[in-house]
Ligand binder design. Sequence first.
Ligand code: HAM
Length: 423
Amino acid sequence: MFKRVPGTRDILPEEASSWQHIEAIARKIFSTYNYQEIRPPILEKANLFTRSLGTSTEIVQKQMFLTSTTAQQDKENADLYALRPEATASVVRAYLENNLDKTAGFSKFYYLGAMFRAERPQKGRLRQFHHVGAEAIGSWDYRLDAEMISLLDNLLKAFAIKDYKIKLNSLGCPKDKNTLSDSLRRQLKGKDAQLCPDCQRKLTTNVMRILDCKKEACGKLTRQLELGQQHLCSDCLGHFSKLQEDLTSLGINFVVEPFLVRGLDYYTRTVFEVSHAELGAQDALGAGGRYDNLVSDLGGPKLGAIGFALGIERLLLATGPAGKSEAKEKLVYIISLGEKAQKEALKLLQNLRKAGICADTDYENKSLKGAMRRASDLGATHVIIIGDNELEKNVVTIKDMSSGEQKELKIGTAPTFLQGSAT
Ligand code: HAM
């Protein structure tokens, strides 16, 4: 028997209702902030991510699912494709490729969808996982950062997630990031031997990534480093202070965390992460930040931008029962006894569905008792029985499954009656 690929999951119908619940809440909240849905493809050219996320990042170095096609045309173009590991780069590509910088200007997008990273699977860490994310492109204004974090906070509240922590930092502009990197290199000088081989390499390639290392020895060393806001120029410091003022005035709880540098190279200025203690080792529910150079790095004009993404699987691990889907809607189950009754049932099923009522029937030729049990297992709110007796009188028997009450109705009036009845 075939098995699914490790690190992927089958979301079966019972669980899918929780996903629909999360997605419906997300769409509602996004629309109140006037964000519009964008659906870029899952397959992109691999170098879009190499260029956007940075060659020395974990994702680009180790985690991309790369595919080369056997199609001759693609081979000739030497295109290597990747299953998207994240969607920010795709959204920016789509924004530019579709000339939205020229036609729409400042734009606010949201997306829901699968992302792929070749990681070692564990609780909360999958190879195919799902993002609910937002990106706003075309503004440098700190008020947009505040809107983005307020949107994130409102989503988490609407998902009924408790005890989350919003960590905030500013990396500053590219010049400030260099100052920060220089300071880190200075402080780590002569301590190379205490770092893991990966981090020793990062000392020259991308020193900020050392702060993300999960290895005990590296963590011990980096925790002693002096990090603050000294690397920020006056403009970036102003942006960061005003953002904090706005968040405070909106009543959003956050903590400034100087060690938060994020694992992707495109970030500048504001970065943030949401953690949840109950998630264990993979405690990040979501994260985001500004990427003020990405639009121009991908060939577009100089435009400020910011976004975030939440991992749906981790949201579901963190939500209590309140976050799960609501009670079932009305479901009418038709039991027909005999071939003639089945023909009536077919028409009635159609009429109920046309009237917008969820209706189903038995396709396994169960006995009356078996079909009643099935209706109850499905959570049917009403059962309609059509047998010889009913056919003779041109009626159906309707049973209300919660009260147990039973009555006969003219067959044609059943949809109207059920539309009016409570579940
Ligand atoms: P990220 O931090 O790489 O950011 O991913 C965001 C969230 O996706 C994480 O906090 C986590 O909840 C979830 N996640 C990441 N990897 C996995 C995994 N292997 N298994 C399960 N969940 C995972 C980004 O992707 C950025 N594009 C966010 C962003 C948008 N920044 C600006 N705009």
